[in-house]
Design a protein around this ligand. Structure first.
Ligand code: MOS
Length: 717
């Protein structure tokens, strides 16, 4: 059933942001505050034999230096990052992890003293690259459907290729930071985070405190996208410093240290064999994704969850593995599995289309499906073919000359047009929310959610304003605060997808509660005026919402880990979001520099809840995808461990000058099953397939299949 599109409103927090009024965690200023600096481990692996703090303690202004001795309760990194993170310990497992924390009256004193701490380590041999001796492959669970081996054995055409995506680090403008205060028997933590609930639980576990005395606040986050998804390495350490000193303590971690403690996208080797039958249809795929991991294996390799559902491939053998090495644990980085997997799989599809002489768009259209290849159950909605068709029209695909290297400008510039599809699971968590309307005109909605620029406040405001007819400028969206509502990890594109239906449900409940209060009287006016008329200062409603098939059994897990997600397989259906990207590249004749002057991206995220922030999400994903394809890679130092290009001068990202026209469109058709609003997730699917479309365009421009990212000038010489 067609529904009216949601109106376009400006960003809910736009004015606060452009006027510099939005407060980030490190902006917190408190009386008597102390400044902290971490001391990074000067070795990759080994046991600390001595920490000499004599010179550091002599620096004027130093208040306290914390070491492993201050953390009697040792916490090991487990395979599930929702639990606690290690604090300070006597063993070192990766270069640069914190081994001490200096607390001082000034930042300058903290830095000077941290540099004066002498750490002796009895160090051991290590492997920091997957090809170094000591790196150990450990097979993980895969995803399988049909009989890929048989399909490949009888295939008429087989291609085999290895794709490589490099280690990458998030580099949001906001650095990792923690400010903690211990006062009146309560611990309050401010941290830029996607998961204040997990911080509450994890700090309690690390420091042996009752979670009920811990409050965590993260009202505004300066970029996150996975890096701030779990409790950070410094969090409990800074909290302990605040408890010991009885004063507020702030740590803002330098970017070079962040490269060495934060989660990141691992180095991944994707090996694909793909076979097509006589008619050219892809009959089977054998896809192994081997990723670099820490020794503890903190990040499971789940590359096939999305990839198996990209096209209708019946026989799919998806295997995955960790290569265990001496690095900190990788973690979720924007479409953590789906983005690299769509790169590899969609490039392979493009290679197959080229081998068969088929048009790349037509070939993808021929591989649609209405059922989930992994489970056989129906897809809740799938408009990938509509995305491909609309994108081809807007891009002008019909004017493409098929042969690689055949579109050449008069000056020798090689032009290439590439396409790729992307998909991402529609995941959901339970929601507890309260909506309060007051007679003086205010509206407050409190729910699980974190705003890191993706626009969740704008989405919630958009659906609430439509549903309730209240004033936008007196609406407060209270998120990222453990005192407001039970908080949940905001990631995985489930933030708005989970919270927006709860907002609408709360608005409906509010209207019903008001009607009951008025008991049949018709008094007109806004909800606020009606409350004033009946002399009620406020009215509050609570909603508890579960996703399809969810029940209260999830609530305990949620409280303990700040995480309780299900999907994309729900009872009776599977739900995925989709996107198609069309990319033009231009390769300069002499320098071989690759430019991307234009991109057309059409997404199927069900119903679009906020047109402005939805389009912005897609543009952001496309830009990051271009960075992934042409710029970003963290260089590992095989001699000493650690990372070499650990600042934003040397870690090269796509900047404004790299970005041309990005035309974003939406199918905007409601999903009939996922939730009452017909919405599916959007944030991460935006990025899926972008780097494949770039690589496929480079092939079309030059005839060169480049399978290792990033694609650089020297690859095209
Ligand atoms: Mo998501 S990995 O938090 O962008």
């Amino acid at each position: 059933m067609p529904v009216a599109p949601y109106p376009e409103r400006e960003r809910f927090d736009a004015r606060e942001k452009v006027r510099g009024l939005a407060a980030y965690a490190a902006d917190v200023r408190l009386a008597g505050m102390l400044y902290a600096m971490t001391v990074p481990a000067p070795a990759v692996r080994g046991r600390i034999t001595e920490i000499d703090t004599s010179a550091a303690s002599a620096v004027p202004g130093v208040v306290r230096i914390l070491t492993a001795d201050d953390f009697p309760h040792e916490v090991e990194e487990g395979p599930f990052p929702g639990a606690a993170r290690p604090t300070l310990r006597r063993t070192v497992v990766s270069r640069g992890e914190p081994v001490a924390l200096v607390v001082a009256e000034t930042l300058e004193a903290a830095i000077e003293a941290a540099e004066a701490v002498r750490v002796s380590i009895d160090d051991e041999p290590f492997a920091v690259r997957i090809d170094q001796q000591g790196a150990v492959r450990e097979d993980a669970e895969g995803v399988h459907a049909g009989d890929a081996a048989a399909a490949l054995a009888s295939a008429a055409t087989v291609i085999e290729a290895e794709y490589v995506s490099p280690t990458q680090h998030h580099n949001p403008i906001e650095l990792l930071s923690t400010t903690a205060v211990w006062a009146d028997g309560r611990l309050t933590i401010w941290e830029g985070s996607q998961n204040v609930g997990a911080i509450k639980a994890a700090v309690a576990q690390s420091l042996q405190l009752d979670p009920a005395i811990i409050d965590v606040k993260s009202p505004t986050v300066g970029g996150a996208f996975g890096q701030k998804g779990w409790t950070q390495r410094q969090t409990a350490i800074v909290a302990q410093a605040a408890i010991f000193t009885g004063r507020p303590v702030k740590l803002v971690m330098p970017r070079a240290q962040i490269f060495h403690v934060a989660t990141h996208r691992p180095h991944i080797v994707h090996r694909i064999r793909m076979g097509a039958d006589e008619a050219g249809r892809i009959a089977g795929v054998d896809y192994d994704a081997a990723q670099q991991n820490s020794r503890g294996g903190g990040f499971p390799p789940e590359y096939h969850l999305g990839a198996i559902r990209l096209y209708g491939i019946d026989n799919y053998n998806g295997t995955a593995a960790d290569i265990r090495t001496d690095v900190q644990s990788p973690g979720h980085m924007r479409a953590p599995y789906e983005h690299p997997a769509c790169f590899a799989l969609d490039c392979a599809v493009d290679e197959m289309a080229a081998a068969l002489g088929r048009d790349p768009v037509e070939y993808r259209l021929a591989h649609d499906t209405t059922t989930d290849p992994a489970t056989g159950q129906p897809m809740s909605s799938r408009f990938l073919n509509e995305c491909l068709t609309e994108g081809a029209k807007r891009f002008g695909w019909a004017r493409r000359s098929p042969a690689p290297g055949s579109m050449v400008e008069a000056d020798g510039t090689l032009v290439g047009w590439g396409v790729a599809g992307g998909t991402y699971p529609a995941l959901v968590h339970p929601v507890l929310a309260t909506l309060r309307v007051t007679a003086d005109g205010r509206t407050r909605f409190a729910v699980a959610g974190h705003e890191f620029g993706q626009g969740i406040r704008t989405v919630l405001a958009n659906v609430l304003l439509e549903a309730l007819g209240v004033e936008a400028d007196r609406l407060e969206i209270l998120i990222g605060d453990t005192t407001a509502a039970q908080q949940h990890l905001t990631a995985g594109s489930w933030g708005s997808f989970s919270a927006a239906p709860a907002a609408v449900a709360a608005a409906e409940k509010m209207k019903a509660a008001l009607a009951e209060l008025l008991d049949g009287r018709q008094i007109g006016g806004t909800v606020h005026q009606q409350l004033a008329t009946v002399k009620r200062p406020y009215l509050e409603v609570e909603v508890t919402q579960f996703g399809p098939g969810q029940d209260s059994a999830l609530l305990d897990q949620w409280r303990q880990y700040g995480f309780a997600v299900t999907g994309p397989v729900y009872p009776g259906f599977t739900s995925m979001s989709y996107i198609a990207h069309f990319v033009e590249v231009r390769v300069e004749p002499r320098t071989r520099r690759v430019r991307v002057p234009r991109v057309v991206s059409i997404a199927d995220c069900g119903r679009v809840l906020s047109p402005r922030t939805a389009a912005s999400q897609v543009r952001g994903g496309v830009i990051w995808g271009i960075g992934h394809a042409l710029r970003e890679a963290t260089e590992v130092d095989p001699r000493f461990g650690g990372y070499l290009n650990c600042d934003i001068a040397d870690y090269v990202m796509a900047v404004n000058a790299d970005i041309g026209d990005i035309d974003v469109g939406f199918i905007d058709r409601p999903d009939p099953h996922a939730n009452a609003l017909g919405a599916k997730g959007l944030g991460e699917v935006a990025m899926c397939g972008v780097s494949a479309a770039v690589a496929n365009a480079v092939f079309h421009a030059t005839g060169r299949r480049l399978r290792t990212l990033p694609i650089r000038i020297e690859d095209l010489m």
